[in-house]
Design a protein around this ligand. Sequence first.
Ligand code: THU
Length: 135
Amino acid sequence: MEKKLIKEAILARENAYTPYSHFKVGAALLTKSGKIYRGCNIENAGYTPSNCAERTAFFKAVSEGELEFEAIAIVAGPEGGNLMFTAPCGVCRQVMMEFCEYETFRIIIGTGEDEYQEFTLKEILPYGFGPNNLA
Ligand code: THU
């Protein structure tokens, strides 16, 4: 499944809209029911409204009624260059915190179809603040 998810993230990355950073990111989000939602980063002349690939994938999925997630694959790198190891930004980690299980949701960071590192949300966001903290 990792390989399939990374392939999907590579395809998602093709649509990255990055006239400012020229840094292209693709994500593929796997739901517990087996569906995959793709996302890419989408930049803006106003800079702040830019959206990361991970959040694009989450918001597409949640807007379609999905609320249970298994894993996300992420690939990133400069336009025309090689993929490089890129971990999700803090804002995207916080979005994961809202919708994903802390100890089991997997973040797969790919640098090639067969080359990746895998982390849990807890590993990349220790001491996270989420819905359970408000209960
Ligand atoms: N970016 C992502 O899409 N995901 C990440 O995990 C890191 C950064 C985007 C935001 C912006 O469009 C570009 O990469 C450079 O920061």
